[in-house]
Ligand binder design. Structure first.
Ligand SMILES: Nc1nc2c(c(=O)[nH]1)N[C@H]1C(S)=C(S)[C@@H](COP(=O)(O)OP(=O)(O)OC[C@H]3O[C@@H](n4cnc5c(=O)[nH]c(N)nc54)[C@H](O)[C@@H]3O)O[C@H]1N2
Ligand SMILES: Nc1nc2c(c(=O)[nH]1)N[C@H]1C(S)=C(S)[C@@H](COP(=O)(O)OP(=O)(O)OC[C@H]3O[C@@H](n4cnc5c(=O)[nH]c(N)nc54)[C@H](O)[C@@H]3O)O[C@H]1N2
Ligand code: SF4
Ligand SMILES: [Mo]
Length: 746
């Protein structure tokens, strides 16, 4: 391995060995997950002046993944030396993962985008010239203006993923006048949202620490972190909970419980059969069902055909096992968690499957009680600007998203439908400009070749990123944002059992020529205003500072900005969680009936089957189903090139069952070619009994074409290159496990 970990510009010497020293074990055992730091016990908190003998400690919020753990940044002489977990944070409780600690190298990464870069070669060729910010603003504005004049504002696609600063980017697009946004949900969790909202009016929290029985469907909490569930799950297991983990693949989470190696795409056969047994054996919660649900009789008739014997043929889980599962769950109820999961971008029927999980929860009465699912008490309300902002005109959207997916969150839009509309020419107007912020769609949207085609027909692509992602590398201009360690972001107050206000604030001043998204938008807006007459001048829409924005958020809050910056977090005094208000009927579910809906009124109104129907299917003979997912060391395709994280796992592997490998003459460590209708990749084989014979799995995020990513370029295989385009029929969530592949020795 080439040593890229000493950055001359920073003076910080942060070698691989040091890093492995501080987060020992992470590479060897991803299952370790979050860990606390003993050092914190002796540490008084960031308010005390001399807290860290060698420097200063700044309380902030991680942004290396979506979890927003509380962090403590240890800084000396303007250099960030180490990131630890903040023990005061109620969600992360002092833990940080390998990625969180490697945030240091997001800052000091030699491959970071350091100044605006304008493309001089062909798209993707990697030839750039350095530009000043003035030149960059003028360049962006000129190109945007050409599209505005020729095609109008609707001709812009604005795409971004959930983070605290996304609000500014969306405001920019809205003021420009485009209705075409593509945001995070349909890449990730849209099916879960639609399925659970229809059934119980929201996605519940899970009291995993006190559950007696936990059923998880491919929710790999101990590798794909979701705070605080990964910590609570371990506590729950220590307290005696039984974990039943359903996945075609044995994960670190499966290793902590009982692994059920289900035939992929058949999970709904299992939930339906579990409901069949609960009803047939009268094991369901009769009182809860009678008082707090609607549609029981229809459900009873509906699941009569879904016997365990029938489900065994679909799922390859023995009928006896299914009966035992139902009985054990009933015995443990209400302290049962049927875990809703997070990434539900699996199959074309995922919304109905997630709905069936909510229905199973309802039948068990496993709700609003200790150890069960519950709705949390809510967030600390934050204020904000009194923005008189017209919501964008969704009806003008070119993919008819709101008509075709009436139950999806329309403000999120959907990638698969909009890409199809562009490529099939069904869009009523051309889409010529693409502004991409904090998102890497060339990696995160399935069927890379199609995304490339969509890019080819764009006149202008502007990417705002911190590093040369695959998408940024294909852009016409890359604008460098400051990392989360160099800037003040809007505050946030997450929901949870304990309210708090967290802050993300600079640990060090901005490096290189990076700027915040708010400053970047201001710069572009001022130039655009020179070219174009907007109803509201864009500059007027952004005539505020981040500090003013944060102050507005804190209006009426129990803490002011200066104190919050000093403390790093505000916590509400601890209160016990109140259970029972939904069970008693004091609180209503946010469904049309106010109850949990076994028969969904919302689905009826929108023409969808009101009860989940299982449809049988056949595999493609001789081929394997491609499965994807995440691992503890990386976030999506965002940080495989981070020097420290890269050193933990430099290249991905395809998990292949030993029997499949033997048939094809493949040995562990051989390179193989994986081929589908959409594309082909070369990747190393990991021959392991931890995967079923009908499937192949690879971790997402490798096989980058960006030559700017000097550590990871050309290494491993990109799963999105193999996946054919598919989406859930109700939510438009991309469906990433519908592709079959061939594997041959390379
Ligand atoms: N094949 C396959 N595809 C998947 C998945 C999978 O498992 N397999 N998972 C899916 C899931 S669950 C999700 S949520 C999506 C996620 O997909 P995306 O939303 O595209 O990914 P992110 O990791 O959120 O964002 C990535 C980009 O943001 C940049 N970035 C990071 N910090 C900053 C910052 O401070 N400022 C700016 N401007 N940029 C920053 C990163 O460098 C990176 O290029 O992918 C989905 N796609
Ligand atoms: N370290 C780390 N943590 C993360 C992320 C990250 O990138 N890295 N991303 C965050 C985000 S945005 C998300 S959405 C979550 C994702 O969290 P998860 O959804 O828990 O994680 P994935 O790794 O996407 O795992 C999906 C699992 O589903 C299994 N699976 C595939 N097909 C089937 C099937 O038909 N049935 C069943 N039962 N299982 C199946 C796969 O084998 C895989 O193990 O993680 C979050 N946390
Ligand atoms: S799970 Fe890791 S990367 Fe994600 S926010 Fe927490 S410390 Fe950061
Ligand atoms: Mo996600």
């Amino acid at each position: 391995m080439k040593n890229r970990t000493t950055d001359k510009t920073s003076g910080a010497k942060l070698g691989r060995r040091n890093f492995l020293g501080v987060c020992a074990g992470v590479g060897a055992g991803a299952a370790l997950g979050m860990r606390s730091f003993r050092a914190e016990a002796a540490w008084a908190g960031p308010t005390s002046k001399e807290t860290w003998s060698r420097g200063e400690v700044i309380g902030s919020t991680c942004s290396m993944c979506v979890n927003r753990c509380g962090i403590l940044c240890r800084v000396k002489d303007g250099v960030l030396h180490k990131i630890d977990g903040d023990p005061r944070n109620p969600k992360s409780r002092g833990g940080t993962c390998a990625k969180g600690q490697a945030g240091v190298m997001a800052l000091y990464d030699p491959d970071r985008i350091k100044y605006p870069m304008i493309r001089v070669g062909k798209r993707g060729e990697g030839k750039w010239r350095r530009a000043s910010w003035d030149e960059a603003y003028a360049y962006v504005a000129e190109n945007m203006d050409k599209i505005l004049k020729k095609h109008g504002p609707e001709s812009f696609l604005f795409s971004s993923s959930t983070d605290l600063t996304e609000v500014f980017f969306v405001r920019f697009g809205t003021y420009l006048g485009t209705p075409n946004f593509a945001r995070h949900a349909t890449l990730c969790l849209a099916s879960r949202q639609v399925g659970y909202f229809a059934t119980m009016g929201g996605v519940p929290d899970s009291d995993l620490a006190h559950a007696k029985y936990v059923l998880m469907f491919g929710a790999n909490r101990l590798e794909a972190f979701e705070l605080p569930y990964n910590i609570d799950l371990i506590d729950g297991i220590k307290n005696g909970a039984k974990l039943v983990y359903v996945d075609p693949r044995m994960t670190a989470t499966a290793a902590k419980g009982e692994w059920i190696p289900i035939r992929p795409r058949t999970d709904m056969a299992l939930t339906l059969a579990l409901m069949h047994v609960l009803i047939k054996e009268e094991l369901y919660d009769k009182e809860f069902v009678a008082n707090r649900t609607v549609g029981f009789n229809a459900l009873k008739a509906h699941v009569a055909k879904y016997t365990p014997e029938w489900a065994e043929k679909e799922t390859e889980i023995p009928a006896k096992k299914i009966v035992t599962m139902a009985r054990e769950m009933a015995a443990a109820a209400p302290a049962v968690v049927v875990f809703p999961g997070r990434r539900t971008s699996w199959y074309t029927n995922d919304t109905q499957f997630r709905r069936s999980m909510g229905m199973l929860t309802a039948l068990l009465g496993a709700f609003d009680a200790p150890g069960a699912s519950f709705f949390n008490a809510g967030k600390q309300k934050l204020g904000g600007f009194d923005w008189e902002i017209e919501p964008f005109d969704i009806e003008k959207r070119f993919d008819d998203f709101e008509e075709r997916f009436p139950l999806a969150n329309h403000e999120d839009g959907g990638y698969v439908s909009l890409r199809d509309a562009i490529l099939n020419g069904t869009a009523e107007y051309p889409v010529k400009g693409w502004m991409v912020y904090h998102q890497n769609p060339l990696a995160s949207v399935l069927d890379e070749a199609k995304t490339m085609k969509m890019m080819e027909q764009m006149d202008f692509i502007c990417a705002i990123d911190i590093q040369p992602s695959q998408t940024a590398w294909m852009a016409d201009i890359i604008l460098p944002e400051t990392t989360y360690l160099e800037r003040l972001d809007p505050l946030f107050s997450p929901g949870g059992t304990r309210k708090y206000i967290a802050i993300r604030q600079p640990a060090v001043p901005p490096m290189h020529e990076s700027k915040t998204i708010l400053d970047i938008i201001k710069g572009v807006a001022a130039e655009l205003d020179k070219h174009h007459e907007f109803e509201t001048p864009l500059s007027d829409a952004f005539d505020f500072t981040i500090e003013e924005y944060v102050d507005a958020q804190l209006k009426g809050a129990p803490i002011d900005r200066k104190t919050l910056m000093k403390e790093g977090i505000w916590l509400e005094p601890e209160k016990p969680v109140v259970f029972g208000e939904y069970r008693s009927g004091k609180k209503k579910f946010k469904t049309p009936s106010g109850k949990m809906e076994l028969v969904s009124e919302r689905f009826r109104r929108n023409g969808y089957p009101t009860l989940p129907e299982y449809e049988s299917f056949k595999e493609v003979p001789g081929k394997l189903r491609l499965l994807t997912g995440h691992m503890a060391q990386f976030t999506h395709a965002a940080n495989q090139n981070n020097p420290w994280l890269n050193s933990l796992y430099p290249e991905n592997e395809a998990w292949i069952n030993p029997e499949v490998a033997r048939e094809r003459g493949i040995k562990n460590g051989d390179y193989v070619r994986v081929k589908s209708e959409a594309g082909e990749v070369r990747i190393k084989a990991l021959v392991t009994p931890k995967i079923r014979k009908d499937s192949v799995w690879m971790v997402h995020g490798f096989g980058s074409n960006s030559t700017g990513q000097t550590a990871v370029k050309g290494k491993g295989g990109a799963d999105q290159r193999l996946m054919s385009s598919a989406a859930d029929t109700i939510s438009n969530n991309q469906a990433m496990h519908e592709t079959f592949v061939d594997i041959v020795k390379a």
